[in-house]
Design a binder for this molecule. Structure first.
Ligand code: SF4
Length: 364
């Protein structure tokens, strides 16, 4: 059985031709799935009964199912979704004025092991395929249409569970599907891919025809701190990361976003701010300061409001463009770094106990 949702338009046309159908039949099917959000062959009203019967024999439309929707007091909604093999992933819808941003997952769990992140505690179970990535968007659109018909999905961020660049081929296929004007038709300018810094894949992404905005989870002003909280830094340190970013072909008027999770007593001093400013000088960028969202599995605390203010003011004084990200959905564990497949009220997986500093993750 071939999963049609995971295919690009070209692949679907090839599939149609392999069935002995004209190429345009493939485009019809693709439009049903990606422009109209069809979840069954029965919804494809311009296909004949024989075509639908054949489709049911040889293909499926890979669908996620909604296991749970949790709504935060700030309006953020977290959807826990099940894949066909029973894996559980999460996506978050964040309303802000007229805008609605969706944060989507790219893997079941994650191998990168950032020390402050709840997803890391799951380890990596598997990659999501391209169909499972795009279906998160279609389910969110469906939910919005059913519950808030006046609200549109405006922005998409690959910042949920997983490291998108560690699932490179499916990431790029999903971007091609979502931005195709005959499909979901999202603008690449409104899509952001966030990475912990897989340097070779960053370089590869720069050569793709579809190029989303780039966010980099930096979180430290020097290698000593980053080695400690993001073991991937032992493989690709800050200077290698920044060299790749400086070479990244940014389009006009775009800049790189650096995410900086502020951890009390770890990376939030004025000296850290000064070192950060020096580090990023000359890079077209902005910095999102994210006060840490505590969860019981990591030994960190959120800095006081005064410490957050002082850090941001120092950054501004030193000429950096900074934005303070107010935690959204933290009462339902939907805020940044909290996604961990926790059903309503249930505890997270047991904490892995490790002796010594974390080793570099096994990612390429
Ligand atoms: S922050 Fe992102 S890359 Fe790091 S462990 Fe969590 S999900 Fe993976």
């Amino acid at each position: 059985m071939q999963d049609l949702r995971a295919m690009t338009l070209e692949q679907t046309c090839e599939f149609a031709e392999a069935q002995g159908w004209p190429k345009f039949r493939g485009e019809q099917i693709w439009r049903w799935i990606h422009a109209h959000g069809a979840r069954t062959f029965d919804e494809m009203t311009n296909l004949g009964a024989a075509t639908k019967a054949r489709l049911a024999e040889v293909a499926t439309i890979g669908c996620l199912t909604v296991a749970e929707v949790q709504t935060s007091k700030d309006g953020t909604r977290k959807l826990r979704l099940l894949t066909r093999d029973g894996a559980s992933i999460e996506t978050v819808l964040i309303p802000s004025g007229h805008k609605t941003t969706q944060c989507i997952s790219s893997q079941v769990g994650c191998a990168v092991d950032c020390q402050f992140c709840a997803t890391a505690k799951l380890g990596l179970k598997r990659n999501l395929d391209a169909g499972e990535i795009v279906d998160q968007v279609y389910l969110a659109r469906k939910l919005l249409a059913e519950t808030e018909p006046d609200r549109q999905l405006t922005n998409l961020v690959y910042m949920g569970m997983g490291e998108p660049l560690h699932n490179y081929d499916n990431l790029v296929t999903s971007l091609r599907i979502l931005t195709h004007d005959k499909g979901a038709g999202l603008s690449a300018r409104r899509i952001t891919v966030s990475t912990s810094g897989l340097v070779p894949k960053l370089e590869k992404l720069g050569g793709e025809t579809v190029r989303p905005n780039l966010a980099v989870s930096l979180n430290a002003p020097n290698d000593a701190i980053r080695d400690e909280i993001m073991p991937i830094n032992r493989k690709w340190n800050i200077s290698k990361l920044l060299a790749a970013l400086k070479a990244y072909p940014l389009e006009q008027r775009r800049r790189i976003t650096f995410e900086y999770v502020l951890l009390a007593g770890v990376n939030d001093s004025l000296a850290d701010a000064a070192q950060l400013a020096k580090l990023l000088r000359g890079i077209k960028c902005k910095v999102n300061i994210i006060p840490y969202n505590p969860h019981p599995e990591a030994p960190y605390a959120r800095p006081s409001a005064a410490a957050v203010d002082a850090f941001q003011n120092e950054c501004k004084k030193l000429g950096m463009s900074t934005y303070l990200r107010i935690p959204r959905g933290d009462d339902i564990d939907a805020a940044c770094g909290q996604l961990a497949n926790r059903a309503n009220g249930s505890p997270l997986v047991p904490l892995r106990v490790r002796k010594g500093p974390p080793p570099a993750p096994n990612v390429e």
